[in-house]
Design a protein around this ligand. Structure first.
Ligand code: NOJ
Length: 570
């Protein structure tokens, strides 16, 4: 399918972006781990699906202690995934197919294998090498206590003590995430300049944008004070309330403006518009949309949409709060159902509790920590048939809303969270750091099934994938779904084709429809495409017009529960 909007300078305002988690997408060299050539080989699948862009999670050299979010070299490709030449080929092939390429930027921390961190460890306190990271003396008589009470997002303290070259205990370094992920010191101009170079390195290779990992964390309070403990969660570090010494701390804005200026240098190139999408879990939304003011980043993930319960009230609340908030700064809203950090949507929507209820949740409660939420959900039983039915309805809602939409790999296949990965195989650092309390995010990272009747289902040829795939995924392969008109894959293809074809979906106009209210969300897009979502048991009569697409078959001409319809009335 060709993409008529590929060269539009504002392609990102309406783009459907497909997230690739490289380790788990496709394994061209058959070593059990996905790779760059694997991604390139499957680009025709993505073109066929109808996406406008791919976002590739980190593909850099890394010990993979946090799945690649521990970067050892920002200007190269992990040898397990391929080479820079493979990346160039991927970019060229994607562009030929009308697909933009976004990669991850991980600016809060590096890997402890980054040469600058190794140099820092090899030098003494106060050296210029140490100034690139955040080293401090400990508290207590012998410096035996961490410099403050900050905790790692993955559990345990956010500080680890070093050992001096002579074997004595040394300073501590800060890591808001895993011990293997030391935080950069963004006060140091060398660090900022290094990241400018990284941006240019990839923009020059033809990359169309960056997804910015924890875009709200780079700036820290200069005195590194203790933070208050959140009374709701009893834990401090995930507390996103205003006043945090390291989330959304003043200074993060200047860093983002600096990056924006670099991207804008490319405005007049053939590909034009290079963009940033922010990963930031921030409440209230008025703080989040500051990130997408015209001189800062372009878009930001709508984590409220991702985390919201599948209830009419919560879904409505998210739509009603996010669209005007983004409009107030002139940025498009994004719509997201999943990513590599959250329980897969088909599973979540099949649980007794399907997510955060935004009609009642106190936004200050910081209820949205994905790792914690995942663990709470894990303990509940799942009705997967129901979950998949709702996931179909949710996809048609997502793709019909104004702005840009994200698909996490495998969502288009209706894959479920793999909840029974043997403990010995779990790789998420949260598992160890939480003392085996939090299983973590491996369940949504299981390699994709492409074809055939037995594992690895075309992921590689015959090598065992790095995480085991469920035996029943033979029913969920691309090959199996391709020939099934009722499959999730064909629903996604049909929806994205209509979204691309119909001017109504590219307009920003959205007005409530007469059916809206009670258990129904209904609105008109543009000049006459009506979207109806029925959350209630009572079937709903659709408006007169041509039914373009429904997430399930109508029953006696009516829209049943947990279903969405698109109707052309104009
Ligand atoms: C957010 C990423 O999505 C997640 O996978 C990672 O663990 C943390 N940031 C730390 O980089």
């Amino acid at each position: 399918m060709s993409n008529p909007h590929f060269l539009d300078s504002d392609w990102w305002r309406h783009a459907v972006v497909y997230q690739v988690y490289p380790r788990s997408f496709a394994d061209a060299d058959n070593d059990g781990t996905g790779d760059v050539r694997g991604i390139t080989s499957k680009l025709p699948h993505l073109a066929d699906l109808g996406v406008d862009a791919v976002w590739i999670s980190p593909w850099y050299p890394s010990p993979l202690l946090d799945g690649g979010y521990d970067v050892a070299d920002y200007r190269d490709i992990n040898p397990d995934f391929g080479t820079l030449a493979d990346a160039d080929e991927l970019i060229a092939k994607a562009h030929e197919l009308g697909i933009r390429v976004i990669i991850d930027l991980v600016p809060n921390h590096s890997s402890w294998e980054h040469p600058w961190f190794r140099e820092a460890l090899a030098t003494t306190p106060g050296s210029p090498e140490r100034e690139r990271y955040i080293f401090r003396d400990g508290r207590g008589a012998d410096g035996e206590l961490p410099p403050n009470n900050w905790g790692s997002i993955f559990g345990g303290p956010a500080w680890t003590r070093t050992t001096n070259p002579d074997g004595t205990p040394g300073q501590w370094y800060l890591h808001l995430f895993d011990v293997s992920q030391p935080d950069w010191n963004w006060e140091n101009p060398e660090v900022a300049a290094m990241f400018d170079d990284v941006l240019r390195f990839w923009f020059d290779r033809g990359i169309d944008g960056f997804r910015v990992d924890v875009a709200d964390s780079m700036a820290k309070h200069p005195e590194l004070p203790d933070h208050e403990v959140n009374p709701h969660t009893g834990f401090g570090s995930n507390d996103k309330r205003p006043g945090s010494p390291h989330w959304d701390f003043p200074g993060v804005d200047a860093i983002q403006r600096r990056w924006r200026a670099v991207a804008d240098e490319y405005a007049d190139t053939e590909l034009g518009g290079r963009i940033f999408v922010a990963e930031a879990y921030l409440d209230p939304i008025s703080r989040l949309v500051e990130y997408v003011r015209p001189d800062r980043l372009h878009t930001t993930f709508n984590f409220d949409a991702l985390l919201s319960a599948w209830t009419v009230g919560s879904q409505r609340a998210v739509i009603e709060k996010t669209i005007p908030a983004h409009e107030s700064v002139g940025a498009p809203t994004t719509w997201v159902l999943g990513n590599h950090d959250n329980v897969r949507v088909a599973t979540r929507y099949g649980k007794p509790i399907t997510g955060v209820d935004y009609t009642v949740t106190d936004p200050l409660e910081s209820a949205g920590d994905p790792i914690e939420l995942g663990t709470r959900l894990h303990a509940m039983p799942t009705d997967l048939e129901l979950g998949r039915r709702r996931a179909r309805a949710a996809a048609l809602l997502e793709f019909s809303l104004p702005g840009s939409a994200y698909i996490y790999q495998g969502e288009e296949l209706g894959l479920e969270e793999v909840e029974d990965i043997p403990e010995a195989l779990l790789q998420d650092p949260a598992w160890e750091r939480s003392g085996h309390r939090v299983r973590g995010r491996d369940g949504c990272r299981v390699p994709l099934p492409w074809s055939g009747g037995v594992a690895p289902f075309g992921f590689g040829v015959d090598a065992a994938p790095w995480l085991p795939q469920p035996a029943h995924w033979d029913e969920f392969t691309v090959e199996a779904q391709d020939v099934d008109p009722g499959s999730m894959l064909n629903l996604y293809r049909a929806a994205l084709a209509l979204r691309r074809e119909r001017a109504d979906f590219r307009s920003d106009d959205m007005a409530p429809h007469g059916l809206d209210g009670g258990d129904v969300i209904a609105f008109t897009r543009g000049s006459g495409t009506v979207v109806v979502v029925n959350f209630g048991a009572q079937p709903v009569e659709l408006p007169a017009g041509e039914v373009l697409l429904t997430s399930v078959d109508l029953v006696d001409g009516k829209l049943p529960q947990d279903a969405t319809a698109w109707v052309a009335t104009g």
